[in-house]
Design a protein around this ligand. Structure first.
Ligand code: FMN
Length: 212
């Protein structure tokens, strides 16, 4: 896939890629992806945008990746226990949260997908502010990065458990982030080793209401 594909093609080609080859993407490509993230919108009222957003790139060749993976693994176990306890007193949460609980338990057993299983794990940190909209900012940032990675022929998947790790002192310390000051999100990037089938998408007519 080449960089001059038009926007529609790139949007269509964007997929969650969770299996990667052993080849490392170049630092230039990673920088181009970060540039796309830098250009994503930020909440002007909540932060100035100057030092508001940080990118931390961890290659799977750096020993830090194992430390991060193990901190996330342990935390996922704690989150699973806490969530399980909450569902005991809340039948609706119990009924609807089974998938989430299973995911947490799997992470606690096997470690987090994307942290060590991909050539790069990138954490994006957005300085907290009022209103508390940093996770929305981060979602915009992630989408820009995802589309750029797609345009470069790279695979990408979100590592959403990163958002919960902003509550973990050790995780923030490992990344040299001041604890409590940033909202976080994360993603994994590498060369794709899979071509997942297209999910069923709604047709425009089915999902749109017009008032013209
Ligand atoms: C808010 C949000 C969080 C997500 N978190 C994860 C995640 O932690 N790990 C993952 O592999 N995919 C994650 N996904 C990706 C979705 O599973 C994926 O986008 C969806 O299944 C559609 O597949 P596609 O991305 O290939 O089009 C997330 C997507 C969204 C919108």
């Amino acid at each position: 896939m080449s960089i001059d594909q038009n926007l529609d093609e790139i949007i269509k080609a964007r997929r969650s890629i969770r299996l990667f080859t052993s080849e490392m993407p170049t630092k230039e490509d990673i920088k181009a992806i970060i540039q796309a993230g830098v250009l994503a919108p930020f909440a002007g009222l909540a932060n100035t945008g100057k030092d508001g957003r940080k990118f931390i790139v961890v290659s799977r060749n750096n020993p830090l990746i194992n430390q991060l993976s193990s901190v996330v693994k342990n935390r996922a176990g704690v989150f699973a226990e806490q969530f399980n306890a909450q569902t005991n007193s809340n039948p609706i949460l119990r009924a609807q949260g089974q998938g989430f609980l299973k995911r947490l338990e799997m992470t606690a057993q096997q470690g987090p997908l994307g942290i060590g299983s991909a050539p790069y794990y990138i954490v994006v940190a957005e300085k907290r502010g009022i209103p508390d909209v940093q996770h929305k900012s981060l979602a915009h940032c992630m989408e820009n990065m995802w589309l750029k990675a797609t345009a470069l022929g790279l695979g990408f998947h979100l590592v959403t458990i990163t958002t919960q790790m902003e509550q973990d002192n050790e995780f923030c310390n490992l990344l040299s982030l001041p604890f409590g000051e940033y909202r976080l999100d994360g993603c994994a990037i590498g060369f794709p080793a899979q071509n997942p089938p297209q999910p069923i998408r709604s047709s425009i007519d089915d999902v749109t209401t017009w008032f013209l």
